[in-house]
Design a protein. Structure first.
Length: 331
């Protein structure tokens, strides 16, 4: 039986301290490979680089990026709160709580389906609200609004969705494991009130036994989700502004469902390579369809994106130079 299987079996079934001590002692020399640290650092760089690049592009190529950005941030926070409220309500109902405690897969599937419905509503009406705010403030409405919406969604997903904080935490714990050893880290974790014997070993095992490539793949999967949300929001924008036919609203909803396939597969498999391939295939399909629609139905939006802020400032300066001087007659 492998180390991972022994720990999983212990965490799920056994409460014997002697067995835990035996496992920890047997694998006390377990260390985190250097490649894991490299992959953690690379994942952090990739997440932050995409975020900065997105802000630069949106800032330079769109006029009213603030409205879409704030709405995207709000949409992610609202989605998280509504899903949390749902799980809290389920936990407060004794019959449901007792049933799902014995069937973790069922609660995962139920929460996934309900969160999918909530996500569709939040993305659709969030986009409508962003466009309403643009019209209310007499701002130019173009494809920059859904692009900024997707960036705002991705921003909160990275900064507040535990992506960066988890990476930093795992890097610190991995360093302490290598510095003091697996057994001493377990003893240190048990001294706090946060962990018990049944949770400390699996929690540390996730850091010690995880393949290094998983950290990078997880970061790339997060980026793919951000791209998917942006494309879906562009479709919602096209339908609501009558640039696309109403049938594309149904396609956008289908794309939301497809973008969540990765989450449903994750319930049954934790293989990051499989999850990344699924996310990559879905993203490629969504991006292809979105680009074809934008190219065929949103020519004016493409021209506006190509017209950078610097070009706009240069045109304004040139126009100012052309204005004739008004010479006031002397008295």
């Amino acid at each position: 039986m492998s180390f991972a299987m022994k720990i999983a079996a212990f965490a799920a079934e056994s409460t014997a301290a002697e067995e835990a001590v035996e496992i920890v002692t047997q694998y006390s020399d377990k260390r985190v490979p250097i490649i894991n640290f490299v992959m953690m650092g690379l994942a952090l760089i990739v997440l932050i680089a995409v975020l900065i690049a997105g802000f630069i592009l949106i800032r330079n190529h769109t006029r009213n990026w603030g409205t879409g950005l704030i709405t995207g941030i709000t949409a992610y926070l609202l989605l998280s709160v509504l899903c949390m409220v749902l799980l809290t309500v389920v936990g407060l109902i004794p019959s449901l709580r007792d049933h799902f405690n014995g069937h973790p897969t069922q609660i995962s599937l139920l929460s996934g389906i309900v969160s999918l419905i909530i996500e569709i509503l939040v993305l659709y009406y969030g986009g409508i609200y962003a466009r309403y705010q643009c019209n209310k403030r007499h701002q130019t409405l173009d494809i920059g609004t859904p692009l900024a919406f997707g960036l705002g969604f991705y921003t909160v997903m990275v900064l507040l969705g535990n992506q960066i904080s988890n990476l930093f935490s795992e890097m610190i714990n991995a360093y302490w494991v290598n510095a003091f050893g697996f057994d001493k880290m377990i003893a240190s974790m048990l001294e706090s009130d946060t962990y018990t014997l049944e949770t400390a070993i699996p929690a540390l095992l996730e850091i010690v036994d995880a393949p290094g490539i998983n950290y990078l793949l997880d970061a790339l999967c997060t980026i793919l989700v951000g791209v998917q949300v942006t494309c879906i929001e562009i479709l919602f924008y096209g339908v609501s502004t009558a640039k696309l036919e109403k049938k594309w609203l149904l396609y956008a909803i289908v794309f939301v469902v497809l973008s969540n396939i990765q989450s449903f597969v994750a319930i049954f498999s934790s293989n990051m390579i499989i999850l990344f391939i699924i996310g990559l295939i879905v993203t490629a399909g969504v991006v292809y369809v979105t680009c074809m629609l934008v190219q065929n139905h949103m020519d004016d939006d493409i021209r506006k994106l190509a017209y950078t802020r610097k070009m706009e400032e240069q045109a304004a300066a040139a126009e100012k130079k052309k204005m004739p001087k008004i010479v006031m007659p002397k008295d």
